[in-house]
Design a protein around this ligand. Structure first.
Ligand code: B12
Length: 506
């Protein structure tokens, strides 16, 4: 096939972190078109003025397509204004968005008039097919995983089956390295000196109704083989000295066979690694499997515990066999294998009265304390429930009945209220009052004071002991209200919250 003369700009807007991970979203998209046409990677995390870089590329006339990856939160601060500028200054250029925000909020994105196409899920097949269509001036009626508009309506094309992940082209690490030295993306974390961010699977087999992955993947999951992961990881180790891995999959541990095979393949590489999984899935793993994973460097696993209340787990369609009793028992089991469980909880679901919302928050707080009694090393992540459009789920119906709705206009998402919503920090949903938010945040402050995360590697032993000393009295008495003295120290020492910025990376 002849190479197309029309290049693509692939932009990763700035996210809020100060040390950055490999932008796998745009890198994997680049892999899908690297044989057909030229591409320019622009990482907003590595550019002081990314718009001028993008504008220079567009002004060169070599690029007809402007692709941007967009997740909710800080990335919108660049993605939205840059789309407006591109449309104003280069009306002949076609703008394409992909990523979770774009797909889940496609109606608002397309009706903004500054984004022409939205990739709905994996772009590996959709994107090259879309560009080939547009090169020929054709309407992309047969391109899968695509949402677009014609004069009358918004059209959502058919969903493609998940790609055969081992068939996907290798990531163009060398091309990224030419623009942004790759070793600078491999920062020091609690697992190693040079931590690689790697994504080895799409989707998740479950349909928790608070999760933004569900509307896009609809309980489908597909992973790269253990052999391919090991080959890719060793390539980055050999070329750029990676000695630790963050697996960015939504659910890395779906297959025990794959997890063990991967562990055996990197057993002698001396690499530490982290990934995300489900408690009920890992609890079915044999002791041998967990031992092999630990010996192969598995240090910590992120789990969606969500709630210790079985009725609440049912109300959020957690599915599987997860229960409050299992969450506690599994925390103890993980201690036997010296793998740190990182439990995330979602607090602040809708209820019929403020009293009921507050009672449930207190219920979740006492459950989290029990987890800490069972295994004090358990890392705790607290999210405040921020609705995602899981249309048709009982939870999202309740949310709508309670009067919640997303912004109608794309630019409204830039409002700090909605950014806080995205960050799951302070989503002022109709049923959540300031008192409820304060109760969650104050407990979190005291908890993080009493048990600072191991992932904050800049917090030395002396600082940890001081935080614990001033938090112990409050934690023991459950006196969480207005913990300003702890907040002050956490601010002073820039305490790191992995859920918003990822692990501390120096
Ligand atoms: C890495 C990551 C981050 C990094 C930032 C990465 C960056 N871009 O610079 C950090 C740690 C900073 C981060 C932060 C947050 N994140 Co985040 N993040 C991820 C994570 C783990 C991996 C993303 C990734 O690289 N995937 C690998 C690539 C290959 O997959 P992909 O992105 O899906 O891309 C494919 C398709 O979507 C499509 N595509 C995607 N973009 C584009 C663009 C174009 C042009 C095209 C054609 C196609 C295309 O094609 C790609 C190849 O098939 C995802 C979960 C996940 N597994 O995807 C969560 C995720 C995107 N994050 C999420 C959230 C909510 C956040 C936070 C808001 C959390 C918080 N409470 O603060 C913050 C935002 C604050 C901030 N700091 O910006 C949610 C979004 C959910 C939602 N509501 O939409 C996710 C889905 C996690 C989850 N399961 O809930 N995040």
């Amino acid at each position: 096939m002849t190479r197309s003369p029309h290049g693509v700009i692939l932009f990763n807007p700035r996210s809020a972190e100060h040390k950055h991970r490999i932008p796998n979203s745009i890198l994997q998209v680049a892999a899908s078109i690297q044989n057909d046409r030229s591409f320019a990677l622009v990482d907003g995390n590595r550019e002081r003025d990314p718009w001028s870089t993008i504008r220079d590329h567009l002004a060169s006339g070599r690029y007809r397509y402007f692709g941007t990856t967009v997740m909710p939160g800080p990335q919108l601060r660049q993605a939205v204004p840059f789309a407006h500028r591109a449309k104003q200054e280069f009306p002949e250029v076609t703008t394409i968005w992909g990523g979770y925000f774009a797909a889940n909020q496609h109606r608002t994105v397309l009706s903004s008039g500054v984004v022409d196409f939205v990739i709905d899920g994996p772009g590996d097949e959709a994107f090259p097919a879309l560009l080939a269509c547009l090169d020929r001036g054709k309407d992309p009626v047969d391109v899968p995983n695509l949402i677009w508009t014609n004069a009358e309506a918004i059209i959502r094309n058919r969903k493609a089956a998940l790609p055969d992940m081992d068939e996907l082209a290798a990531l163009p690490y060398a091309a990224l390295d030419e623009v942004y030295p790759l070793h600078q993306y491999l920062g020091r974390t609690f697992m190693g000196e040079r931590t690689l961010a790697y994504h080895s699977s799409f989707g998740c087999p479950f349909t928790c109704s608070f999760c933004a992955v569900v509307p896009i993947y609809k309980a489908r999951w597909k992973g790269v083989s253990a052999e391919r992961i090991a080959k890719d990881v060793k390539y980055v180790k050999d070329h750029w000295g990676a000695d630790a891995i963050e697996f960015h999959d939504n659910n890395f541990f779906v297959s025990e066979k794959r997890s063990v095979a991967f562990s055996e393949l990197i057993m002698d590489e001396g690499m530490g690694w982290w990934g995300e999984g489900r408690i009920d899935t890992l609890d079915r793993y044999s002791d041998d499997s967990l031992r092999i994973m630990r010996n192969a460097g598995c240090r910590m696993i992120f789990f969606g515990a969500e709630s210790g209340d079985d009725e609440e787990l049912a109300r959020m369609d957690k599915g599987g066999t997860q229960s409050g009793e299992q969450i506690l028992r599994f925390a103890a089991r993980m201690a036997e294998f010296d793998i740190i469980p990182e439990y995330s909880f979602v607090l602040g679901f809708p209820a019929s009265s403020e009293k009921e919302v507050l009672d449930r928050i207190d219920r979740d707080i006492s459950f989290i304390r029990r987890v800490k009694e069972v295994n004090p090393a358990t890392e705790i992540i607290i999210y405040v429930y921020s609705p995602v459009p899981t249309e048709g789920s009982e939870l999202f119906d309740r949310v709508k009945q309670a009067g919640f709705h997303f912004p109608d206009k794309l630019t409204d998402w830039l409002d700090p209220v909605w950014e806080n919503f995205d960050l799951r920090k302070n989503p002022l949903t109709p049923w959540l009052t300031h008192r409820a938010i304060d109760r969650i945040r104050d407990f979190e402050t005291v908890l993080n004071g009493m048990y600072p995360t191991v992932s904050d590697i800049k917090l030395d032993q002396r600082k940890r002991r001081m935080l614990q000393q001033i938090s112990r009295f409050r934690y023991r008495r459950g006196a969480y209200s207005r913990p300003y003295e702890i907040k002050l120290l956490q601010k002073l020492w820039r305490y790191r919250r992995p859920e918003t910025e990822g692990f501390e990376m120096l």
